[in-house]
Structures are given as C-alpha cells and as structure tokens.
Design a protein around this ligand. Structure first.
Ligand code: HAM
Length: 419
C-alpha cells in the first residue's frame, strides 16, 4: 500500500463490526453513570500545553515524553490531551462549578493521545471513559467511584479482574518519606536503571514502577509509604477500606502502587485483567485533592478514575454477546420503476420507526434475497413489475402476496411477534 493510504502508527480504524461492541459498552457506561447522577462533560481534544505541565507534572513520562505538542499558527504551545482529569478540572474552574452543589459528578468518553511505543493494548490514539467527582473529601466518594468502575466491568462481562488499592497520603506527609526514599535510592544507585537514577530527586516514587530487574531487587527492600501513613491520611484509608469491605468489593492492598501522574493524594487504585498481556491495566485513578487549587481554582478535594476502552474490549474478547444485526425488512425490486418505489417504501418504513434496507448494488432478485439474509432481514418485500407485492418470511421462506399499501402494517406485526 502506498504511503498515505495507511493510518498513522499506533492508531486504528473502528470498523462497523468493531463499533457494535463499543456501542454496547457505551450503553452500559452511560446507564451506570446516569443511574448514579453523573453528568456528561466533553472537553476539547487539545489544550494549552501548560495545563498538563502544571496538572499532570513535568517529571512524568506522560508530559516529558508522550505528549503530541505543537505550536499553533498563533505561536501558542498546544497539546493533544493525554488524559482527562486536568482538562475536567480546568473546566470546573472556568465555569465556576464550585458554586454548584458539591461534589460535582462528571463522566466522559472520548479520544486521548500519547506518543508511546505501540503494542497490543497500547496505542497513540486511544479512548477512555472516566469519572470525576469534584468537591468532597469524604471517603464515601472514593468508595462510590470504585464501585461504579466495578459495576461497569461486571455488567460488561470483563473476565479475570483484580483491584489493587493503596494510599499516597498528603504531599506534606509524603515529604519526609520522599527524603527517606531518595536516601535509600542514592545508597543503592549503582544497581538502578539509568532512567530511574536520573529521576531520583524529581520523581523517586516512579522507581516502584520500573520493569528493570536490578531496580526491582532494590525496590523489594525499599521503605514503603503506606507504612508511614498516619493521622487523617490513615483514617481516610481505613474508612475507604471499610466501605469497600462492607459492600463486598474485593481488593488487594498493594504498597508498591504508584500512578504515572503526579496529582494524586491519598487513595490510589488500579483495575487489571488477567486476560490482557503486558498492558494489563484496565483503568486506574484515585484522589487528587490539590489539583484544582494547583490549576488556579479554590482549594477543592476530588477523586476519579479513567478506563481504557480498547483494553476493556480486548479483555472481553470476541465472544461477548455483541448483538448481531437485525433488519425489520429488506425491499427488493428488479425493474427501474420498481426500484424507485423501493426507495420510497424504505423511507416510509424508516419513518414508521422500522429498520429497512434496499438493494443499492444492482443485483438480480436472487442476489437481493441473499443480501436480505446477509443484513439479517426478518422479511423481504418484493415489488413486482406489475405493481403487486409479495412478502417473504426470511426464516421459513414462505411467500405470499400482500397489498403494497398494507406492507408497513404487516411488517410491524411481524416485528411485534418476534420480540
Ligand atoms: P491512566 O492510568 O494514565 O490514568 O490511564 C487510564 C487508562 O487509560 C489506563 O488504565 C489504560 O487502560 C488506558 N490507557 C492509557 N494509555 C493508553 C494507551 N497508550 N493505549 C491504550 N490505553 C491506554 C489517567 O489517565 C487518569 N486521568 C485517571 C484519573 C481520573 N485519575 C483521576 N481521575
């Protein structure tokens, strides 16, 4: 194939056959959020680069290496959004949402962009849905958002799911731990991977996430933040755990869990699926009590998460009960004049709320009946040359003459009978 006739590296097309599974997931996601009183928010696909530098953190992989950033024609630095939390907080501030009843509960669904090495489950344009509850520091919020994630993946039928949970405390309580960890990393510097070494002072916690073997051995003996948790931070974590226990949500406390974005405080969590390969993370999130303030808004605690749509669909696999296509009717016609009548008839059927197709491929009658089968038509109206019409039941093959004017009524009856 010539260059230009291929989608860019790390991107993909969603074809109609794939779209059915996505649509099914979207209906589940919407249903869960709507029942819980979350309102949909859509923010632009690009933002000023500074939003992510300030919000996500300059020492994160996402900002340092993975953003699609460019200068627009007006000389502003713009970035395709790598994630949704900073943009949603920007919108919360910009639209004065702190004046609404708190917390403001929002959900989103859309494309995100990260310049990562493409592999199964990892793309440069991918899609997330997510939840952000902004304006409450209650452990109830942490528990509720986790339970909403849980509800969506169980309704969608995602297999082999586990939830890992931890707490990062507050930035103040983290400060002394940070010093301790930096000292430990420096003492073991020669065994660490190059990129970990470079970031010892900028982002020491990320060392827990390194895939490097030597680093892994060092980190096995590293001090743990969770063990240093105290006061209100420890109480908050206990309260979240208590609520999850009381509601039967299974989780594992993982004291090595660190997230790839800098804004987290207190609760952090990740959902994984054993049915995914190396990219096993279905989604993740946590509390980010300082982000709104950091972006110039009033001090506002918040919590949320985002899930990778492609990863969820990969984990479900092809055997999900994606609905196959069904049409109420196919309208077949052979001569020119009857083909014009066919177009008018499908339009009438559709405006009566029925699904209908006609032959657009100049097929003979036999080919049209085959096409009717292919699109899952329950019945086919055959418009004959002399103006009469036949109705064919596609399952039994039974065919009888009908009054063309009564076709809609008859097809409606068949629809009712089959539902
Ligand atoms: P994140 O963990 O960076 O969190 O991304 C959430 C999910 O997006 C991941 O678990 C994964 O399923 C999916 N994902 C990320 N990168 C890719 C990629 N390159 N290709 C395919 N899927 C990907 C966030 O984005 C935070 N904003 C979540 C959050 C919301 N925290 C609080 N509120």
């Amino acid at each position: 194939m010539s260059a230009g006739a291929q989608a860019p590296k790390g991107t993909f097309d969603v074809l109609p056959a794939d779209a059915r599974a996505r649509d099914r997931l979207e209906r589940i996601v919407r249903g869960v959020f709507e029942r819980a009183g979350y309102g949909r928010i859509e923010t632009p696909a690009f933002e000023e680069t500074e939003l992510f530098e300030r919000g996500v953190g300059e020492a994160t992989d996402v900002v340092e290496k993975e953003m699609f950033s460019f200068e627009d024609r007006g000389g502003r630095s713009i970035s395709l959004r790598p994630e949704g939390t900073a943009p949603v907080c920007r919108a919360y501030i910009e639209h004065g949402m702190h004046k609404l009843a708190q917390p403001v509960k929002l959900f989103y669904w859309g494309p995100f962009f990260r310049y990562e090495a493409p592999q199964a489950g990892r793309y440069r344009q991918f899609h997330q849905f997510g939840a952000e509850a902004i304006g409450s520091d209650e452990p109830l919020v942490d528990a509720e958002v986790i339970m909403l994630f849980d509800e969506i993946i169980s309704e969608a039928g995602v297999p082999g799911v586990t939830l890992r949970l931890s707490s990062l405390g507050s930035p103040e309580s983290r400060a002394s731990y940070r010093e301790e960890l930096i000292a430990y990393l420096r003492a073991n510097e020669s065994r660490l991977a190059g990129d970990v070494r470079e970031r010892i002072s900028a982002n020491p916690m990320r060392a827990f996430d390194s895939k490097d073997e030597g680093t892994g051995e060092v980190m096995a003996g590293a001090p743990r933040l969770l063990e240093r948790l105290e006061g209100a931070d420890a109480e908050h974590f206990d309260a979240v755990r208590g609520l999850l226990d009381a509601n039967g949500v299974a989780y594992e406390v993982d004291d090595t869990l660190v997230r790839g974005l800098d804004y987290y405080t207190r609760t952090v969590f990740e959902f994984d699926s054993a049915h995914l390969g190396a990219q096993s993370q279905l989604g993740g999130g946590g509390r980010y009590d300082r982000l709104v303030e950091q972006l110039g808004g009033p001090a506002t605690p918040a919590a949320g998460w985002a899930a990778g749509i492609e990863r969820i669909l990969l984990a479900i696999g092809d055997d999900a009960d994606a609905p196959s296509e069904v049409r109420d009717a196919f309208v077949a016609a052979t001569t020119g004049e009857q083909r014009h009548r066919a177009l008018a008839l499908v339009a009438e059927l559709r405006s009566a709320g029925l699904s209908a197709e006609l032959d657009l491929g100049s097929r003979g009658l036999k080919g049209q009946l085959k096409q009717a089968d292919r699109v899952g038509a329950r019945s086919t109206v055959i418009l004959d040359e002399d103006g009469s019409a036949q109705l064919r039941d596609m399952k039994s093959g039974e065919q009888r003459e009908i009054d063309p004017a009564g076709a809609i009524q008859r097809i409606e009856e068949l629809r009712r009978e089959s539902s």
